[in-house]
Write a protein that binds this ligand. Structure first.
Ligand code: PBG
Length: 327
C-alpha cells in the first residue's frame, strides 16, 4: 500500500493509454482548410513569404489544390478573396462576379459535397484595409457597414456557399445577415460567427496573404481586447441571440482558456481558428529542425479539441490529410 497516487499505472501500454484517452484523435471532419483566392490571373500560385507552404491561388490553381485535397479526404474549406481593385465600398466583396462568388460556383459545381464556408468581411476589399466604412476622421461606422456585410453574405450564399462566417466584428451583423438570408428564402444557410475575435498580433501573416493590413490605425476599436475573458461570453450570447448557429473563437492556442469557457457556456458547435501567426511559428521552428513539426501540429490541434472545439480552422489541414495523420 502506497501513500501516493500511482498515476503511471494507467499509462503502462499504448493499448491501455488509448483505452482511457479522454479526447478522441482528430478526424478529417473536424478540420477546415483556409484558401486565399486572387482575382485576375487564374494560374497564379504565389507562396506567402510569412507562411511557407501556403499560397495565394488563382481560380485554376485553387481548383487544382482542392482536387488534390478532396482526393485525400478534405471535407471543408473556408475561402478568403483578394480582388483586383479595392475601393471604399468594398464592392468586390458583394459583387455577383466577385472572386469568392466565382470560386464558390466553380467548386460547388465540381464537388457538391465539399462544405464551403465563406469569410464575410470587407477588409480585403476596402482601399483602407479596415473591416467597416471609414470616416475622414478615421472612425469606423458600425450601422452603416451592416448592409454591406449582409449583401456580401447574401451574394456568397446565392453563389452556393454552405455556411457564411462573418469576421468583421461589427455589432449587429449576425442579425443583419440572418434577415437578408431569410428575406431571400435562404433559411437553411447557417451562420458561423467569429463571435469571439481578439485584436491579435497573431494575424500578421494573414494580412500579408490577404493584403488586408489597415492603412491607418488598428482594429482595436472593433476586435476584442486580449485582456478580457468574461466579455467573450457577452459576445457569444449576443451573436446567439441574433441567430448565429455556430461560433468561432480566434486566435486559438493562446486563447484556449477562452475556448474552454465558451464551450462550457453555449450549446452550439464551437470552432477554433488556429491563425496565421500560430501556423507561421510552428512552421518556422519545423523548417529549422527545432521541433518535431508533425508531432507539434497534432499536439496543438488536440489541445484545441480537448478545450472543447468541435471544428478547427487550420492551415495544416492539407498537410495532415496528405500525411494520413487524420482518419
Ligand atoms: C478578416 C480576417 C482576418 C483573419 C480572418 N479573417 C484578419 C484580421 O482580422 O485582421 C485572420 C486569420 C489569420 O490570421 O489566419 N477580418
Amino acid at each position: 500500500m502506497n501513500d501516493f497516487h500511482r498515476g503511471r499505472r494507467l499509462r503502462t501500454s499504448p493499448q491501455l493509454r488509448s483505452m482511457v484517452r479522454q479526447t478522441s484523435p482528430l478526424m478529417r471532419e473536424n478540420l477546415i482548410m483556409p484558401y486565399f483566392v486572387v482575382a485576375g490571373n487564374p494560374s497564379l500560385r504565389k507562396e506567402i513569404p510569412s507562411m511557407p507552404g501556403q499560397y495565394q491561388l488563382g481560380l485554376d490553381t485553387l481548383t487544382e489544390h482542392i482536387a488534390a485535397a478532396v482526393d485525400r479526404g478534405l471535407v471543408s474549406c473556408i475561402l478568403f478573396g483578394i480582388p483586383e481593385h479595392k475601393d471604399e465600398q468594398a464592392s468586390g466583396a458583394w459583387a455577383e462576379d466577385g472572386i469568392v462568388q466565382k470560386a464558390v460556383r466553380r467548386i460547388k459545381r465540381r464537388w457538391p459535397e465539399l462544405q464551403i464556408i465563406t469569410d464575410v468581411c470587407l477588409c480585403e476589399y476596402m482601399s483602407h484595409g479596415h473591416c467597416g466604412i471609414l470616416t475622414t476622421e478615421g472612425r469606423i461606422l458600425n450601422d452603416e457597414t451592416l448592409p454591406l456585410l449582409a449583401q456580401t453574405a447574401l451574394s456568397q450564399a446565392k453563389a452556393g456557399a454552405d455556411m457564411v462566417a462573418p469576421s468583421d466584428m461589427m455589432d449587429g451583423r449576425v442579425a443583419a445577415i440572418r434577415a437578408a438570408l431569410d428575406a431571400a428564402g435562404l433559411h437553411n444557410t447557417p451562420i458561423m460567427s467569429y463571435a469571439v475575435k481578439y485584436a491579435s498580433a497573431f494575424y500578421g501573416p494573414f494580412r500579408d496573404a490577404a493584403q488586408s493590413a489597415p492603412a491607418c490605425g488598428d482594429r482595436k476599436s472593433y476586435q476584442m481586447d486580449p485582456g478580457n475573458a468574461r466579455e467573450a461570453l457577452l459576445e457569444a450570447k449576443a451573436d446567439l441571440d441574433e441567430g448565429a448557429d455556430a461560433l468561432i473563437v480566434k486566435p486559438a492556442g493562446p486563447y484556449s482558456d477562452i475556448l474552454r469557457t465558451v464551450c462550457d457556456a453555449v450549446c452550439v458547435p464551437v470552432c477554433a481558428y488556429q491563425v496565421s501567426g500560430e501556423y507561421a511559428m510552428i512552421r518556422a521552428a519545423g523548417l529549422n529542425g527545432w521541433i518535431d513539426e508533425r508531432a507539434v501540429i497534432m499536439e496543438s490541434l488536440l489541445g484545441l479539441k480537448r478545450a472543447g472545439a468541435q471544428m478547427i480552422i487550420t492551415y495544416f489541414t492539407e498537410t495532415l490529410l496528405g500525411d494520413g495523420l487524420v482518419r
